[in-house]
Ligand binder design. Structure first.
Ligand code: GPP
Ligand code: MG
Length: 290
């Protein structure tokens, strides 16, 4: 568990389950859903194992704050697992991710390969985009957006360009505070993340134009799309605006201190709500579609 970090997956479980809930219909195949969630877990396991391997030397300085776990206890730092064992496990999870994705559908399969590649170039040299300004935000935004489309593609409904654009903008908004909470630790470790490069205050300001952009997208959806998407747009606007205000009220020169549970718990609850919603739709217990 300290190698795979399932609690940290919650950040990507949210866009994935949102897509799943919106995309399924009463015609969706329940086995496709199960395989899709296995592929998702295998992709996350793969991405976090490579991250654990390449972050060994920075994780040992972690003080336990603002993370899913105290990274100084990750198993490569403590010596519970060797690098070779971790590498073999990562290959196994990579293969599992593409195998189960292949059982779902071609689009889903393609998208899982893309997020596997992002997970790899995010952590691994020579790219190691997590330690490059903009590179870190770009990887997480693209991975969040792509995993949302993958979720949608399981059932294939609501494949709407405006909704997809909104998902990309929303993941970039919510990713920004997470690089800023890592600021102190990343700076000490000598990592040039976006927050280290631009300063926390500056990078947090980027949330404002992105939020305005998201609200515009939400309003267009509210005016033009079906009832299901209208409700979603409303929820997104209601959730994002206070979140952005709270983050901006807590930002200081030296970083951002918001307890990790302020992100993980609401994200987990919303994810579970959308998973249950999707299951209800598959079982045809209700449908809001038109
Ligand atoms: C950890 O990054 C995050 C991941 C390994 C997931 C990234 C996956 C993608 C597909 C982009 P980190 O090393 O920056 O954070 P932490 O310090 O929590 O390990
Ligand atoms: Mg790491």
């Amino acid at each position: 568990m300290r190698l795979l970090r399932p609690l940290a997956w919650i950040t990507f479980l949210l866009p994935f389950s949102l897509g799943f809930g919106l995309g399924v219909t009463s015609n969706s195949n329940i086995f496709h859903v199960i395989f899709a969630f296995i592929a998702f877990s295998a992709w996350m396991s793969f991405s976090f194992i490579v991250n654990t391997i390449t972050d060994k030397d920075v994780d040992k300085f972690h003080n336990g704050r603002s993370k899913d776990m105290n990274l100084a206890f990750q198993p490569l730092v403590t010596g519970d697992i060797t690098e070779k064992e971790a590498l073999y496990l990562s290959i196994l999870f990579f293969i599992a991710s593409i195998f189960f994705a292949w059982l779902v559908n071609t689009l889903f399969f393609t998208l899982i390969i893309i997020v596997d590649i992002i997970g790899y170039i995010y952590s691994m040299p020579p790219t190691r985009l997590k330690a490059k300004p903009i590179g870190d935000i770009l990887c997480n935004t693209v991975a969040g957006g792509v995993i949302f489309i993958a979720g949608l593609s399981i059932g294939g409904a609501n494949m709407n360009p405006l909704v997809i654009l909104g998902a990309f903008v929303m993941t970039s908004i919510f990713y920004i505070p997470t690089v800023v909470t890592d600021f102190e630790f990343d700076k000490k470790a000598g990592l040039k993340t976006s927050a280290v490069y631009f300063s926390p205050k500056k990078i947090i300001k980027a949330m404002y134009p992105l939020t305005i952009f998201l609200v515009v997208i939400g309003l267009i959806i509210l005016l033009t799309e079906n009832l299901e998407l209208k409700l979603l747009a409303l929820l997104v606007i209601i959730y994002t605006i206070p979140s952005v205000i709270i983050v901006n009220m807590n930002i200081k020169e030296e970083g951002l201190y918001i307890h990790e549970n302020w992100l993980l718990i609401p994200f987990l609850l919303i994810s579970l709500a959308f998973i249950i919603y999707g299951i209800f739709k598959i079982l045809d217990l209700f449908t809001l579609l038109n």
